[in-house]
Design a protein around this ligand. Structure first.
Ligand code: AMP
Ligand code: GLY
Length: 425
């Protein structure tokens, strides 16, 4: 079977690396890919939201399966577009329908789903532009801190955690009245702040059956000790040391099973990944968010720990045979550290030559490419997050140290990375 991966980050390079190892994969294509994915397959210069060009490429290359990396094409209806066209409706798409992708695409939709299926999450209310005054009154009497979320996709920037009412009122006005986040902020979810420690679980589902994949914890802040601005993710660890049997049981019973049951009861078309962001508060799990795809950089630690043939798993989901599969996970710890461009997550410059990539990789360490581009004979930076270096070890500490040792051999102008991924373990 020929397979097409959509996306161009570290997540997609990891998926390409894993899928390439499958005996079920004949030719592998990545659109648009990066300098790392082209070592696993053929990059196609097509944007992730250019559905017409993606459809044509799928036909030209006789694609049997498409794995959608990022959320945006799913929220925009990629699956619906492919299944409504007779020439592409036979293709297995790993990713939910536009309707189901609202679990990520609309915070209000996701909260309503959680409420309907009694899923533990922060108490909330949603407000539209017409309900501005009600929202102001709601904020004034709300306990602090208070969390404001723009309803739609806002590239990770649509969440405000406010420690004063004044800050919350200003943020609310900017979102709802001044349209700071455009369409995404036409509705705002206001919710209670959950205290605790965050981690994420990942589920592969066909809309009814599911497999729990390895869990992970990511590090979103730019600075060591979890300080500074939020980023797409500066590193991740898997497994999560505090995710013990007791917590796993709670997460399965209170979160995963009712989520999949809700997806089934809603009759969502959902073959793909559900990424559930959790807050563990006094030992109990609460849902912070759903994503309709794998995480980045979580994929860089989750996927390498899976021993099964990934295409076999994806095909089992697509053909509703997940109940026949046992997932095999390596017990070893994986840590990934992300090297970013100087200035990121604010302004940065692309095109910096990356040195050290041709050196032999240290034992069993993966240098996954995120924002990279091949330019003549060299690989140059092409994004905020540039590389994700995944290493393994008997503990978080050792895996993280191995990842940093490898990063020490790589260089580009302005390169920055956190030296404390997994510091609390
Ligand atoms: P989201 O885009 O919903 O994942 O939110 C981004 C980040 O904001 C999360 O990863 C959390 O760190 C934080 N966050 C979101 N909602 C809450 C909440 N109710 N309580 C505490 N922190 C939150
Ligand atoms: N690392 C967080 C995400 O992929 O959304």
């Amino acid at each position: 079977m020929n397979i097409l991966i959509i996306g161009s980050g570290g997540r997609e390079h990891t998926l390409a690396w894993k899928i390439k190892q499958s005996s079920l994969c004949d030719e592998l294509f990545i659109a648009p890919g990066n300098a790392g994915t082209e070592t696993c397959g053929t990059n196609l210069p097509i944007g992730i939201n250019d559905f017409a060009a993606l459809q044509q490429a799928a036909i030209d290359h006789q694609i049997g399966m498409i794995v959608v990396g990022p959320e945006e094409p799913l929220v925009k209806g990629l699956l619906d577009c492919f299944t409504s066209d007779p020439s592409t409706q036979h293709i297995h798409i790993i990713g939910p329908s536009q309707q189901a992708a609202q679990l990520e695409g609309s915070k209000a939709f996701a909260k309503a789903f959680m409420k309907k299926y009694n899923l533990p999450t922060a108490a909330y209310r949603e407000f539209s532009q017409q309900e501005y005054e009600e929202g102001v009154a709601y904020i004034r009497q709300h306990s602090l801190p208070i969390v404001l979320k723009a309803d739609g996709l806002a590239a990770g920037k649509g969440v405000l955690i406010c420690s004063t009412h004044e800050e919350a009122l200003l943020g609310f006005e900017q979102m709802l009245v001044q349209s700071k986040f455009g369409e995404a902020g036409k509705k705002v979810v206001i919710e209670a702040f959950l205290e605790g420690i965050e981690m994420s679980v990942f589920v592969l589902t066909d809309g009814k059956e599911y497999l729990l994949l390895p869990e992970a914890k990511d590090y979103k802040r730019i600075g060591e000790g979890d300080t500074g601005l939020n980023t797409g993710g500066m590193g991740a660890v898997s497994p999560v040391p505090f995710f013990d049997e007791a917590l796993r049981t709670k997460v399965m019973e209170r979160i995963v099973k009712p989520t999949i049951s809700g997806i089934q009861q809603e009759a969502f078309t959902y073959v793909g990944f559900v990424f559930i962001g959790l807050m563990i508060s006094n030992g109990d799990p609460y849902i912070i968010e759903y994503n309709c795809r794998m995480g980045d950089p979580e994929t860089e630690v989750v996927i390498p720990r899976i021993q099964n043939d990934l295409v076999e798993l994806l095909l089992a989901a697509a053909t509703h045979q997940l109940d026949t599969i046992q997932i095999q996970v390596q017990t070893i710890t994986a840590v990934t550290t992300v090297a970013v461009s100087g200035g990121y997550p604010e302004a940065y410059t692309n095109g910096k030559r990356i040195e050290g990539l041709t050196l032999p990789s240290l034992n069993n360490i993966h240098v996954f490419h995120a924002g990279t581009l091949r330019k003549d004979l060299h690989v140059v930076t092409n994004g905020g997050r540039v590389l994700a270096v995944t290493a393994f070890g008997p503990s978080v500490h050792e895996a993280a140290a191995a990842s940093r040792t490898m990063l020490g051999q790589l260089h580009f102008e302005g390169m920055n990375y956190r030296r404390d991924i997994g510091y609390e373990f």
